[in-house]
Design a protein around this ligand. Sequence first.
Ligand code: PHE
Length: 341
Amino acid sequence: MLKDKIEALKAEIAGLKAASADEAEALRIKYLSKKGSVSLLFEDFKTVAPELKREMGQKLNELKTLAQNRIAELKASAAAAAQKEVEKTDVSRPGTPSPIGGRHPLSIVKNEIVEIFGRLGFTVAEGPEVEDDWHVFTALNFPPEHPARDMQDTFFINTNPDILLRTHTSSVQVREMERKRPPIRAVFPGRVFRNEAISARAHCIFHQVEGLYVAKNVSFADLKQVLLYFAKEMFGSDVEIRLRPSYFPFTEPSAEMDVSCTLCGGKGCGVCKGSGWLEILGCGMVDPAVLENNGIDPKEYSGYAFGMGVERIAMLRYGVDDIRNFFENDVRFLSQFQSAM
Ligand code: PHE
């Protein structure tokens, strides 16, 4: 009987539920689309006896209206619930911070060194870390029996005594003199390797910045002036420098440069071991034999060279008392360094 079907559907529709707008739409299709169960009852209506048509027609229309209202209600409440969910989000709340990385302190200091010499007209060049004996030792006037060539200091590759990890960036001096003719004015930053026991003050891997100037009439006074300028730019205008005679096979005369202790101002403290001075670099006039080894006439040209330890300078700059901090990559250490460079 159509009447019973209408009553059954009425009860069913009154109890409908929808958790979302999509579910409500699915119900609309199920009941009210062309093939929906409410629409199909209108087909049955065609066979209703004439005396019942009026009553059944009314009931059918009521059912349709009921279904339309119920589904509209479900759609409205699903939309309201979704809106409420959106409003729960506090858009004014600060986001979860994702910390951005910073430069490594050794990079900051290296860049600063390169930048200071850049202001004096020094260009920048690099050379390989895996080198041959010629560039690290022989061209630099190291005699064959020099202790620096010894297995104890130098890392060799595959026990081939000709291929090794460079022990200093002075090898790039040689490479630069091979590829350029004077005037040469350049700095060479890079990583170097020595077979040394690791301690608070020494590491088997560290960094240097080498400098080389070869031109006509270069004097020791030029070297001293440039190093004084560098020290003041790096450590502040109060800093003093001191050159002590030293020896390197590739410079003559040779010197080591100290700066007045940045921590105690020269009075003497634990870091400078009471002396008031800290050694930061080796330097000297390029030995004529080195110029000759590289096809530069020492009668026409002279030059100076220097090489400094980046870790040592960074330790002084930032008051770091253990070199190993630079290689452990602990973010609690690294995040303390900020720089524009
Ligand atoms: N290469 C030397 C060292 O590693 C430093 C140096 C460079 C000395 C240039 C003189 C000239 O100790």
